[in-house]
Design a binder for this molecule. Sequence first.
Ligand code: DGL
Length: 267
Amino acid sequence: MALASQPIGVFDSGIGGLTVANAIVKKLPNEEIIYFGDTAHLPYGDKSADAIRYYCLRISKFLLDQGCKMIVVACNSASSAAYDVLLDFFREQALFVNVVDPLVGAVAKKGFDRVGVIATKATIQSGIYHKQLHRVRPSLEVESLATPLLAPMIEEGFVHNQASRAILDTYLAHPGFSDIEALLLACTHYPLIRQDIEDYFTHPVEVLDSTLVVAEEVAQKLGDNGLLNPQKRHPHRFYVSDYTQSFEETTRLFYGEAIQLEHYQIW
Ligand code: DGL
């Protein structure tokens, strides 16, 4: 039986999921976060579904061992490959939230006829957004594009410069995006280049990411289960499976403030 005072585990392939962690901390300041970035295996987007599932099971076990009452899979590649398996293994031990369903739910509430999706290869190849969006709105046209250079580029802190804009412009010139009404940023790294994406389009395109809707889903699920923490007692903790100085430097970009990364040798 989980207690409200237990922490929330949040994990991603790297530090992109810090965008989600930050949104949760802002929405729920009483909650304690234990973050795990699997920087040793970054990027997940180029890995097989089996490999991603293996990593996610191990990381979730670690977060459960830390006493987490909820685990947020703050990575679209992981959510699309491993969410069902995580529920199969661990649903009795904690609540789980993925980053796909809340974004799909937000899109379903809008009256779009045609949307675009950009994400890693793993997420696009899984077909999860197509499937889930058609389930909630069968008439919606969905144009998807794998944009594998974006996550490593952002993780390197390569944003808002000439080279990053050239890569982005090349992807966004995709002919299928010429008449979309909305673009879904289906990777937790992409909120960092949201402004550049918005600036690219010359026709009105609503750019949607999962950060706020995931934070709302977390609040809702904790509330429904009587698990909202009334008072924060311990500091947040941020672990990575491989530590480099460059990760430490980039975290500020993702989290909005400086944080201390701890190396945890999980592998
Ligand atoms: N943050 C991951 C996602 O949301 C992408 C990064 C990666 O490929 O590891 O899909």
